[in-house]
Ligand binder design. Sequence first.
Ligand code: FAD
Ligand code: SF4
Length: 485
Amino acid sequence: MSRNTLPPKERTKIPRQEMPEQEADLRRHNFAEVNRGLTVLGATTEALRCLECAKPACVAGCPVGVKIRDFVELITAGDYLGAASKIREDNVLPAITGRVCPQETQCEGCCILGKKFEPLGIGYLERFVADYEREHGAVGLPEIAPPTGKRVAIIGSGPAGLSAAGDLVRWGHAVTVFEALHEIGGVLIYGIPEFRLPKEIVRHEVDVLRQMGVAFQTNVVVGKTVTIDELMAEDGYDAVLVATGAGLPKFMEIPGEHLSGVYSANEFLTRVNLMHANEFPRYDEPVFDCRGQDIAVIGGGNTAMDAVRTAARLGARTSTLIYRRTEAEMPARVEEVRHAKQEGIELLTLANPVAFLGDDDGRLTAVRCIRMELGEPDDSGRRAPVPIAGSESDLPVAMAVVALGTGANPLVQSSTPDMVTNRKGYIAADPNSLRTSKRGVFAAGDIVTGAATVILAMAAGRTAAASIREYLDSGRWDGETPSPA
Ligand code: FAD
Ligand code: SF4
């Protein structure tokens, strides 16, 4: 299949192709996508670097086992549509994962080239072929099996729900996705900003599912508008998949958190991404007016990075990220940290807020932080941050965004008492089948694992879909009941 005639030594001499980017000075003032995508020449040159290993370690590093070597070979052969189809065998949202997957810890982190040289730009190539396919109007709809007469309800339209919907509808089941918000996509729509993941790409993927026959109902809050029992007993659904994510914000529980100007990242990002608050008053949802203000975001993950870079784009004078460990321990994708620094985001590391301070009108004026030092490793394997007594100081800010992680969305669990949850409120599901303790009900994605990644949620959605198919075919519901551990 391969047209790569270069000997391995010559391949390693080709430098890793750089992702064309919007200039930092320019992009700090707009929401357009930062990465512009490889050109055809850039992509084929990058593909030529692949060593086409007999045992491709990259594949083992991909949570859904995309056949990386095979799709890269198709790129070197100039068959970009073939490469896209090859990826779609294992990954139904390649334009999205090519943009947001933490490749450095997954496929690229395992790439053999990376032992001595820069790893292959697998994410860049995945994005290239998915964009090529979309821009050439060539996304082929998979074959749909004849109707089985079985109906499946999926609650939540994030990557877990969408990937399960794609598989189930292909197998001939009638699938309806119920979503609490007014737009489909979960975190892909309301969390990850436009400058990292343009919404038109998510909408395009949703349209493909619609064309395949998936029905979507928005503004349906399961647990309030309708319950799982009603869906099954009254509306006649044969199986239900709960894919409601982990969108409940965690707060710091320190003094002053009630002050006006203190947001959770979830609220701040949802207002801007979903409700267009950055275009107020054209849209009627406001958000804090960051123009000319000093703002701070607390946290070191992707959500914190998205929030601080969003605030900068809303016109903040200074945007500071406060993180209690050092840059090396930040969980955010390496590319996001680099982009943030290029955009003038200031990193205040080894610091932790102990209070929010306000004025007489209840408006935030400063964050009081204590300096930290790194001690012994904790449960996560990272060195634990330890406060240095007496080192407090105040950072004047007008807005602060708390991005310290999220917990389980609770509504579905509280309205389904016979579905077992664990002590953190996540749904207990059998790890292999993703069956819950309630007959006919499955669960997948962040609502089972806690906040994770897009690709892991997608992989879980596909596992659940396969189990649902097996259940609908056989009618069997046997095996262990998931324990709430
Ligand atoms: P979600 O995407 O959370 O979707 C759940 C959906 O269920 C939501 O639309 C919600 O409205 C809906 N829902 C909830 N309750 C109900 C109900 N009662 N009735 C009906 N609908 C309901 N991961 C990466 O891999 N790379 C990244 O760069 C990255 N960046 C991120 C940035 C941010 C700001 C955030 C918040 C997360 C990020 N993640 C990233 C994590 C990733 O997005 C999640 O792990 C993933 O979206 C989880 O998918 P899911 O389908 O389980 O849930
Ligand atoms: Fe190519 Fe790297 Fe995979 Fe080897 S490990 S096949 S070099 S991408």
